[in-house]
Design a protein around this ligand. Structure first.
Ligand code: HSE
Length: 381
């Protein structure tokens, strides 16, 4: 079965290479930007791909919403299966694309969009058929995990750690989505859609690691804590909660042993209890392996991850309360309800009273609006 590939960057090259050795799948054409059409297998127009009767499926690994969204619609309408690693596309347009796939009786899978090689969406889409998924959590961004790990274990500063993650092909073309927590947030949005038939598109919250400093990391280490960027999603009475934020863990927590670009995806099923899967969350071959897994899954007859009743919802992030570590200017410290505080050289480090996720993120946004530099992280269980 011939597969066309849209995009020939880090992941596209991996997908194309792997198609050369995959059982039941074959290399088709590759869509590249005009000017890069220097080899026989490359094309510059989507029309050539959708009108080619030999192409059975299309793998989109170009990223971004446009032109990927327009291409996806053309592919599905042409009756070809569509798989993608593009989180931004599925978070924004997943329901529409899924409906189009059902209408045209073709596959639409996107497990490469969440967790790199870690088969979390694939497993959730199967587990939810026989069990009730209650919640999902984990480390779902390889770039920031690599950065936090390098800052802690190798003593790199923030910009050195980011440069290394970019050089190794973990970061997005524009790494803002990685370091702001948006990339991780999109992944938990997809996990909620697959598990609960609810895609949270409003009320979602992301705090990343853009404001962490080497001093913060040293401070955590001196107290036996490790910082990780976590996502959480789960059912509330009428909707779901869904957010990304840094969390501090004690050394014995499994999250502390998730190193480099690895991800750890966990879910809790009513009957299965807690299940964790660890593997590489970013990079050429780990991500390409998930694209190939989706293609093989369609070959095997499973075509959908979203159900036809999946709907967009507003997340409820005001239901759970937790303690936070907060570092901010001493002059603004009174703005945060605190259990305890240390101040030194104009900088305050606080442990808050229990606060909802919504409250903490809103307080930080206000402080930033007024020019205050603030970093916060939840204190893990
Ligand atoms: N930039 C993403 C990450 C790539 O670092 O996790 C994989 O989704």
């Amino acid at each position: 079965m011939k597969v066309a590939v849209l995009g020939f960057g880090t992941v596209g090259v991996g997908v194309f290479e792997m198609l050369g050795n995959a059982e039941g799948l074959e290399q088709g054409t590759v869509l590249v930007r005009p000017g890069k059409n220097d080899m026989a297998f490359k094309r510059t127009s989507i029309e050539e791909i959708v009108s080619d009767p030999e192409i059975w499926a299309v793998a989109e690994v170009m990223g971004g919403i446009e032109p990927a969204f327009s291409y996806a619609k053309e592919v599905l309408k042409a009756g070809k299966h569509f798989v993608t690693s593009n989180k931004a596309l599925v978070a924004a347009k997943g329901i529409e694309l899924s409906n189009l796939a059902y209408e045209n009786n073709v596959g639409f899978l996107f497990s490469a969009a969440c967790g790199g090689a870690v088969p979390i969406l694939h497993n959730l889409s199967i587990a939810r058929e026989s069990d009730k998924i209650l919640s999902i959590s984990g480390i779902l961004n390889g770039t920031t995990n690599y950065m936090l790990d390098s800052m802690q274990r190798l003593g790199l500063d923030y910009s050195e750690a980011l440069k290394d993650a970019q050089r190794l092909g973990y970061a997005e073309a524009d790494p803002t989505a990685d370091v702001s927590g948006l990339d991780a947030l999109r992944k938990i949005m997809l996990a909620c859609a697959v598990s609960f038939d609810m895609l949270p598109t409003e009320g979602i919250l992301n705090e990343g690691i853009e404001n962490i400093t080497s001093q913060d990391v040293k401070h955590f280490m001196s107290r036996g804590y490790t910082c990780r960027l976590m996502v959480k999603g789960g059912r509330t009475e009428n909707s779901v909660y869904a957010y990304a934020e840094p969390v501090l863990f004690r050394e014995s927590a499994p999250e502390c042993s998730v190193l480099q670009n690895f991800n750890m995806a966990c879910y809790e099923g009513l009957n299965s209890g807690r299940i964790s899967i660890i593997g590489q969350g970013a990079g050429r071959y780990p991500t390409a392996s998930a694209v190939l897994r989706d293609l093989s899954t369609i070959l095997g007859g499973r075509k959908y991850m979203l159900r036809q009743n999946c709907k967009a919802v507003k997340a409820e992030n005001d239901k759970l309360s937790q303690l936070y570590y907060v570092r901010l200017p001493e002059s603004m410290a009174s703005r945060i309800p605190a259990e305890s505080a240390d101040t030194e050289n104009g900088v305050a480090r606080l442990i808050t009273k229990p606060l909802s996720v919504l409250k903490m993120h809103s307080l930080a946004a206000k402080i930033r609006e007024e020019g205050g530099k603030i970093f916060f992280a939840a204190i893990g269980e």
